[in-house]
Design a protein around this ligand. Structure first.
Ligand SMILES: Nc1ncnc2c1ncn2[C@@H]1O[C@H](COP(=O)(O)OP(=O)(O)OP(=O)(O)O)[C@@H](O)[C@H]1O
Length: 266
């Protein structure tokens, strides 16, 4: 029987990546990437352009397959040869891509349930139920108000921040253990940025985890519990927020970039 307050990291490890390698022709994008993500934390990937952040995210979300390495999700070994976006989702890993996560010209309810529609006994989509769930996401999770709010509205009518909110809310609805966000605040107005940061901050409150990439170190410091520094395809440093102030975060990234420059790399 574990002692009170004892944290079983084995049980609380949502995702574990070990020795992940990935090349694109002659370019070694990732080299021996190792890290874990635990239940209820927000983790940020930090690094210069071309460091390997997007490649890591694409491998976790099933878009790309690594050349070698091991990935465990919720303690289960993933067969990386057959990993895919659908498999990642089934295992509880959802990815929210900036702007691209929702199709522009479709009604909101269809986008929320795309690939995962609710069906009745005859195989028909339970449209009314899907619309009701979508409407409650719009009102409760995103905080949209007014009588004109409709699950039939087209995605194109939502602002960038609202789309991010809906995509995050969709991940929560489908019970994602890990929500991955790629540059979630890029190209958003200041007010929208605030809202998206709040949506991300709410993820651990539901006992779930988030991994996000951002170039904005202020945003990273504000919402992440832990920072993973990526350079030249590897995780070169990691620490908890309480170990590093915002200015130290800037300094660390500068140090890593300088070390990279010294090795003759761009
Ligand atoms: N499809 C691809 N074909 C060839 N090279 C690629 C491809 N995708 C990524 N790379 C290369 O792999 C390396 C890592 O790229 P990646 O996009 O993961 O970096 P990043 O840290 O996300 O950069 P950024 O912050 O600019 O998005 C870079 O050298 C990049 O040019």
């Amino acid at each position: 029987m574990p002692r009170k307050g004892y944290v079983n990291l084995q049980m609380d490890t949502i995702l574990k990546a070990s020795g992940i390698n990935k090349s694109f022709g002659p370019i070694q994008a990732l080299e021996g990437v190792n890290f874990s993500i635990y239940r209820g934390e927000v983790v940020a990937l930090i690094g210069d352009n071309g460091a390997g952040k997007s490649t890591i995210i694409k491998i976790l979300s099933g878009v790309l397959r690594p050349d070698s390495g091991r990935l465990q999700i919720n303690g289960h070994d993933i067969n990386l040869r057959h990993h895919s976006v659908i498999k990642a989702r089934t295992m509880g890993v959802e990815t929210v891509y900036q702007e691209r996560s929702l199709g522009e010209k479709q009604p909101l309810w269809r986008n929320v349930f795309v690939g995962r529609h609710l069906h009745n006994a005859l195989g028909f989509i339970r449209i009314r139920e899907e619309k009701e769930i979508t409407l409650s996401m719009l009102k409760e999770s995103i905080g949209l108000k007014g009588v004109g709010i409709s699950a039939d509205a087209l995605v194109g009518t939502l602002s960038g921040g609202e789309r991010q909110g809906l995509a995050i809310s969709r991940a929560m609805h489908f019970n994602a253990a890990l929500t991955i966000l790629d540059e979630p605040t890029t190209a958003l107005a200041v007010k929208e940025v605030r809202r998206v940061l709040d949506y991300i901050r709410a993820i651990p409150k539901q006992g779930k985890s988030a991994l996000f990439v951002s170039h904005n170190l202020h945003h990273i410091h504000e919402i992440a519990d832990r920072f993973l520094f990526v350079s030249h395809g590897s995780i070169v440093h990691q620490c908890r927020k309480k170990e590093m102030s915002v200015s130290e975060l800037f300094e660390k990234l500068d140090q890593i970039s300088a070390a990279r420059g010294k090795n003759g790399e761009v």
